[in-house]
Ligand binder design. Structure first.
Ligand SMILES: *[C@@H]1O[C@H](CO)[C@@H](O)[C@H](O)[C@H]1NC(C)=O
Ligand SMILES: *[C@@H]1O[C@H](CO)[C@@H](O)[C@H](O)[C@H]1NC(C)=O
Ligand SMILES: *[C@@H]1O[C@H](CO)[C@@H](O)[C@H](O)[C@H]1NC(C)=O
Length: 263
């Protein structure tokens, strides 16, 4: 079944639990320091043009980061493979969606638009624009979309077009063995999309009569459907990126990421 429409970018529903299993080792053990690779150029935290410096160096590092780098425990980002994304919504929506063996395709075409880091507040704000984000994998869905009971499993293709992603991370400073490290304490992700397509093959295990009914109701109410499914899926991507970043900042001292050198 295919659904198309425009999501609102509304935040995930409050009663939402999200569980994600990544197919790779994440954070290095706290004492296993990682050396910053030479393709990541650092910016002085005292640089009056810190944001321009971070954007320039970020753009320059992306081509090296996309294929992944085992030395910094970074998996391939294009595609980014995620073992499992689970969306469990309680209440009137009551949708359970399991996505497995997901390939997230399209981050490689992303355009880094701005990077802002505030060394006083320890807030990092990144804006990325992705022309087309595709999530390809297996799904298992059960529960309700709108008020319609729904179930099925098979191949899924969730595609979002023209996706601006605003990603904000708030850190605290943490001292370990005489060195300071950033620690993620909060994250926010805001996104939009000009269009979304959801393809769930074999919905209702292929029962044509049920599918026709659902297609009719869903097409009449597509906006609501996409508001239900879109935000948790994008939050899941944000969660993956946060996990990667956490692994990185846990292993590289703050003074190596943003050296305290004269501007
Ligand atoms: C699919 O989801 C249903 C309901 O959550 C569960 O009973 C079933 O075991 C799941 N199947 C697979 C293959 O994960
Ligand atoms: C996924 O869906 C999009 C939009 O419908 C389509 O353009 C794309 O070819 C599909 N990808 C695959 C691998 O089927
Ligand atoms: C991202 O931030 C920019 C600049 O602050 C803003 O114009 C834009 O609306 C934001 N986009 C989303 C999806 O929140």
């Amino acid at each position: 079944m295919e659904l198309t429409g425009r999501p609102s970018g509304a935040p995930p529903l409050p009663a939402l639990a999200l569980a994600i299993a990544l197919g790779f080792a994440l954070a290095a053990p706290a004492d296993a320091a990682i050396k910053l690779p030479s393709y990541i150029k650092t910016c002085s935290r005292n640089d009056p043009n810190l944001n321009e410096c971070a954007l320039k160096n970020g753009k320059a590092a992306i081509p090296y980061l996309l294929p992944g780098d085992p030395k910094i425990k970074l998996p391939s980002l294009n595609p980014l493979r995620v073992q499992e994304v689970r969306v469990d919504q309680e209440g009137s929506v009551g949708l359970n969606l399991l996505l497995r063996d997901l390939d997230i395709v399209g981050l490689g075409d992303g355009d880094l638009r701005s990077v802002r880091f505030d060394p006083k507040q320890l807030v990092l704000d990144v804006h990325l624009f992705v022309p087309r984000l595709q999530l390809l994998g297996k799904y298992n869905i059960s529960g309700r979309i709108l008020i319609i009971p729904i179930h099925g499993k098979g191949d899924a293709n969730i595609t979002l077009d023209n996706v601006p992603l605003n990603y904000t991370l708030r850190f605290a400073m943490e001292a370990r063995k005489g060195k300071e490290y950033l620690k993620v304490v909060d994250k926010k992700i805001a996104f939009d999309a000009s269009q979304a397509h959801f393809i769930f093959e074999n919905l209702f295990d292929g029962d044509e009569r049920l599918r026709a009914n659902v297609r009719r109701v869903v097409n009449e109410n597509w906006r609501q459907v996409i508001e239900d499914i879109g935000p948790p899926v994008v939050s899941a991507i944000g969660e993956v990126v946060t996990q990667l970043l956490k692994g990185f900042v846990t292993a590289v001292p703050y003074a190596e990421i943003f050296p305290d050198t004269p501007a």
